[in-house]
Design a protein around this ligand. Structure first.
Ligand code: AMP
Ligand code: GLY
Length: 423
């Protein structure tokens, strides 16, 4: 099968690497890809959210499958558009991707079907939102833009004045555009966070091995949120009992709820969970593979990913037995200095071989470019240095050993990936 992967980050690099292990995988393409993906797939310059462009590219390449990885094109209906043209695509249709595309929809669904989540209220004007927050008088309070906001649409507010500023920036200044037409004001929850990605064909759901993201930019979970500074799998907080509870109270009910609403979900469904003192609750749904979680989950997958994708498309996932390696996996992200704020691009990276790799680890490229055989930074998150090991410590030692051999000016990485895992 010739495959086009849509996207251009570390997640897409990890997906491509895994697809290439399949004996069924023929030619593999990526758009837009990046400097490191170039060693694994032919890349094109059609943007990931350019639906018409991707449809045209898929036709001209005559691919057998298009794997749509990022949230924006999924929510905007890229899978629907491809299917309309008779092109096989992996990922949910727009009406199912709404689970990530609208927090108002996902909260409504969870309430209707009794799926555990934080209490909330929806507002479509700033005055009502602020009256509610003031009346409630409970801080921190959580304010979320309804739509997609590059992962930045959630604001945790410690006081009324912070809440007022948050509502103003989302609903009046429109910093996230139309995503801020409505806000969800939500109860603040506490507890360890767990990411569980799951394969589902709308009938069967197979959770993957658990993972833990590290969202804050600095050690000790300090500083602003990022797209993720590293990840580990498994997540030590996610034990068998928790997994059993989540399967019965969250995963299966979500799949059933989506079917009842006439929005069957086929693809990778991502559950962002918080293990609160009152039990696991859903913090968010994503309609896709997570980043950087994918970089630590897919390396542990022993079953053929392409086989799984075909089974999902043909709704025969229940026939498969999906196997995972017992090894732990760790990914340390090397980012540009200044990220998640302003940062420079085009800084030369040293220490990588000609393929942008190193011998004892896997380097998933997130934001790089390649020119004349050299690699340069081209984004906030630059590289995901990933290693497997018999234990989490062994995986981390390998990954950090490799990080020490790679450099670029002002490179920044967290030194405590996996260390705070047990807290
Ligand atoms: P989200 O984009 O919805 O995953 O939210 C981003 C981050 O905000 C989450 O990973 C949590 O750390 C935090 N968060 C979101 N909702 C809540 C909540 N109700 N209570 C506490 N923290 C939250
Ligand atoms: N790591 C969280 C996400 O992919 O949204």
């Amino acid at each position: 099968m010739d495959i086009l992967v849509v996207g251009g980050g570390g997640r897409e690099h990890a997906i491509i690497r895994k697809l290439k292990e399949s004996p069924k995988c023929g030619k593999i393409y990526c758009t837009p890809g990046n400097g490191g993906i170039l060693s694994d797939a032919k890349c094109f310059d059609v943007k990931a959210d350019d639906i018409t462009g991707v449809v045209e590219l898929s036709k001209s390449l005559k691919v057998d499958l298009v794997f749509v990885a990022p949230d924006n094109p999924l929510v905007a209906g890229m899978v629907d558009a491809l299917e309309k043209e008779g092109i096989a695509a992996f990922g949910p249709r727009a009406n199912a991707a709404e689970l990530e595309g609208s927090k108002v929809f996902s909260k409504w669904l969870m309430k209707k079907y009794n799926i555990p989540t934080a209490d909330y209220k929806v507002f479509d004007n700033p005055a009502d939102a602020l009256t509610h927050i003031r009346k409630q008088g409970r801080y921190p309070t959580v304010i979320k833009a309804d739509g997609l906001a590059l992962g930045k649409g959630v604001l945790l507010c410690d006081s009324y004045s912070e809440a007022k500023a948050a509502v103003k920036s989302i609903m009046e200044d429109r910093v996230f555009g139309a995503a801020g037409n409505r806000v969800v004001v939500e109860e603040f929850l506490t507890g360890p966070e767990v990411s569980v990605l799951a394969f589902t064909d709308g009938k069967t759901i197979f959770p993957m091995v658990s993972a833990k993201d590290h969202k804050r930019v600095f050690d000790g979970d300090m500083g602003p949120n990022t797209g993720g500074m590293g990840a580990i799998s498994p997540n030590p907080h996610y034990d068998d009992e928790t997994a059993y509870y989540c399967m019965n109270k969250i995963f299966l009910p979500t799949v059933e709820a989506m079917n009842k609403e006439g929005r069957p979900f086929k693809g990778c469904l991502f559950f962002g969970l918080m293990l609160t003192p009152d039990g696991p609750k859903v913090i968010e749904y994503n309609c896709r593979f997570g980043d950087p979680e994918t970089q630590v989950v897919l390396p542990r997958l022993k079953t053929d990913l392409l086989e799984i994708i075909c089974a999902i498309r043909e709704e025969r996932l229940s026939e498969l037995n999906i196997e995972w390696s017992q090894d732990a996996c760790a990914c340390v992200v090397m980012a540009s200095g200044g990220y998640p704020g302003e940062y420079k691009k085009g800084v030369e990276i040293t220490g990588l071989n000609l393929n942008g790799q190193l011998d004892d680890v896997v380097i998933f490229h997130a934001g790089t470019s390649k020119s004349n055989g050299k690699y340069y930074t081209n984004g906030g998150r630059v590289l995901g240095i990933t290693a497997k090991g018999e234990s989490l410590d062994a995986a981390l030692e390998l990954a950090y050993g490799a990080v020490a051999r790679i450099s670029f000016k002002d490179a920044h990485f967290r030194r405590d990936i996996g260390k705070t895992a047990a807290q």
